[in-house]
Design a protein around this ligand. Structure first.
Ligand code: AGP
Length: 608
């Protein structure tokens, strides 16, 4: 999610724009820039890195003017460099654009513009917009923007200024949030109200398809046919802290609730319904090269290792390729068997985890082909891997990983589907999986709508000293993930085990003080899980079951039940992990933990 700020009025735009960017910085960015009308034309300042870098550039080379736009970038296309930072400018230098979203058809648009002689200087999808507006410009900036946007597929929130219409600021929205701030003889544009709260609490939230035309005397909101639309003015009464978390008490809770959208973003443009497969740009592997691999190693740390375990099961199950899953910290020092027919899949939210980076370098050194499943675009692992797939989950601020996990598993299933359909998987089975993936965001939303049930459960167990999480098959890693979530934010000791492993020791721990969470959807191993529940109940353990349908076999055996929607076995970990994330969150809050920054932990472990 990028940050956008715009200003038109009589004050100095640069200072207001940078102040607004600072308000947006909490969401994690990698580059920033401003464009200001300086009386002769559009002037740009950009910098890779934090806002302070941009401030240094501006103090060295200030721009005076009182119409401007600004942007902090969360890279989706192209590394986080100064060149790729926004604003992007049209070839004739008269139009500047900042953009939040993804232009799915930017490649054909780029080729079309290049054929018309337009020269591109960045790797971004956004630059296409600047040239399209120039190409469409006749006598109205808003009309040129409408014409340009009519050619675009995907999502956008944009702000535009032009030296050909220097007293106007245009904003447009489709799929990415954007609002207008109303001042006295001055107006703002922002992707997030926190950017302008210091100046106004009167805002107009734009709807998808809206195009706003602002000047010093006021604003108009038009639809795609230039018809004027009426939008209500809202008064913002949140405080800044609340706003930065989108009204949620913690970033972790916000990120748990973002999952329907972030899973959608991970799949966006990648599912092929008719052929029952997936298309993944960026692998840098032809289908023939993909088929050459005779073994796969997945390596990662922490939560990413849990998603690797699930991905490994998927790959053997569907693609029928021998697969190993390795802790990165172990792999890097072992003497692993790796050949030039090994594909090493490296999973990392941050793309900076030292052990994972070292494991990838070791695999490369031994001749393996490496592929990154990464969230942070342009991160070290993303840049050093031979190719990969970004999960597009947006900045994950909470130290406990939630939306990145569900997007990692989704991305691994997309890759597995692609490889499996090249190998042995039938179109029918492939289409079944595509269908299950399409249903996923709504199913996650269904679970989130019942978060209060989990909060009540947390109230029951907030004082527990130990927890056991048990699952089988695809949900053994889910058990591990549920246990990690709880221990890392509530500091309660929790362990995850394969449910059958109980008999080999852990069952000695069971008594009436031990809550045991069973991940027990109605999958191929459900009956086996029932017998493990009976073993726990026989020893007076407290049983919490995550189920997917009414289960007569569990009657009288479980103390608490939370139901998740039915889906394919290999998709259940994504659904089952959501109540476990919420359980950990609510228990931690009730215990007064610092949920977003738990003790002893860092968001990215860049040391050994
Ligand atoms: C997960 O909740 C933890 N914060 C931690 O285990 C994390 O998954 C691990 O450090 C790996 O981080 P990465 O995905 O950024 O490589």
């Amino acid at each position: 999610m990028c940050g956008i700020v715009g200003y038109i009025g009589d004050k100095g735009a640069s200072a207001l724009l940078v102040e607004g960017l600072r308000r947006l910085e909490y969401r994690g960015y990698d580059s920033a820039g401003v464009a200001v009308m300086n009386g002769n034309g559009v002037e740009i300042r950009k910098a890779a890195g934090k806002i302070s870098k941009l401030e240094a550039v501006l103090s060295a080379m200030p721009i005076s003017g009182n119409v401007g736009i600004a942007h902090t970038r969360w890279a989706t296309h192209g590394a986080p460099t100064e060149c790729n930072a926004h604003p992007h400018v049209s070839m004739d230098g008269t139009v500047a654009v900042v953009h939040n979203g993804i232009i799915e058809n930017f490649s054909p648009l780029r080729s079309k513009l290049q054929a018309l002689g337009y020269k591109f200087v960045s790797e971004t999808d956004t630059e296409v917009l600047a040239h399209l507006i120039q190409a469409a410009y006749e006598d109205s900036l808003e009309q040129a923007v409408m014409d340009a946007l009519s050619q675009v597929e995907g999502t956008y929130g944009i702000a535009v200024i032009s030296s050909r219409d220097p007293n106007k600021l245009i904003a447009a929205r489709k799929g990415s949030p954007l609002l207008i701030g109303l001042g006295e003889g001055e107006y703002y544009v922002a992707s997030d109200v926190s950017a302008i709260l210091a100046h106004t609490r009167q805002v107009v939230y734009l709807d998808d398809g809206d195009i706003a035309v602002l000047d010093r005397n006021g604003y108009r909101i038009l639809d795609n046919d230039a018809r004027e639309m009426l939008r209500s003015v809202s008064k913002v009464d949140w405080d800044l802290g609340q706003i930065e978390r989108g009204g949620y008490a913690h970033f972790m809770l916000k990120e748990i609730f973002e999952q329907p959208q972030t899973i959608e973003n991970t799949m966006r443009g990648r599912l092929l319904d008719d052929t029952g497969t997936a298309k993944l740009g960026g692998l840098n592997l032809t289908d023939e090269e993909l088929l050459r691999f005779d073994n796969i190693v997945l390596t990662a740390c922490g939560t990413s290792w849990h998603s690797a375990l699930i991905g490994g099961m998927m790959l053997e199950d569907l693609a029928r390729i021998p697969t190993k899953v390795e802790y990165a910290s172990e792999f890097r020092y072992r003497n692993p068997v790796v050949t030039d027919r090994t594909l090493c899949i490296v999973i990392s939210q941050s793309g900076e985890t030292a052990d994972t980076l070292a494991a990838m370098r070791e695999a490369k050194h031994r001749g393996a082909r490496t592929m990154g499943i990464v969230n942070v675009v342009g991160s070290t692992i993303a840049r050093e891997s031979d190719g990969g797939s970004y999960i597009h989950a947006g900045p994950e601020i909470g130290v406990a990983s939630t939306k990145a996990f569900s997007s990692q598993v989704t991305a691994l299933l997309l890759f597995t589907l692609k490889l499996a359909r090249l190998r042995a998987l039938s179109p029918v089975r492939g289409r079944e999986i595509v269908e299950a993936l399409h249903a996923l965001p709504a199913q996650v939303q269904n679970i989130l709508d019942r978060a209060d049930e989990i909060e009540a459960l947390a109230e029951e167990f907030k004082r527990a000293s130990n927890f056991l999480y048990l699952g089988r098959g695809y949900n053994f890693p889910t058990a591990l993930e549920g246990a990690l979530k709880l221990k890392e934010i509530s500091y309660i000791h929790a362990e995850g085990y394969p449910a059958a492993e109980m008999k080999h020791g852990p069952i000695a721990l069971i008594d009436e003080m031990m809550p045991v969470v069973f991940i027990a959807p109605h999958d191929s191993v459900f009956e086996k899980v029932v017998s493990n529940v009976q073993e726990v109940k026989a020893r007076k353990g407290k049983v919490i079951a995550i189920t997917s349908r009414p289960e007569p076999a569990l009657e009288g055996l479980i103390d608490y039940e939370f139901r998740i929607p039915e889906t394919l076995d290999l998709v259940t970990p994504i659904l089952a992990s959501v109540p476990l994330q919420l359980l950990a969150y609510f228990i931690a809050v009730k215990r007064g933990s610092n949920v977003d920054q738990p003790r002893n932990l860092a968001k990215s472990v860049t040391v050994e």
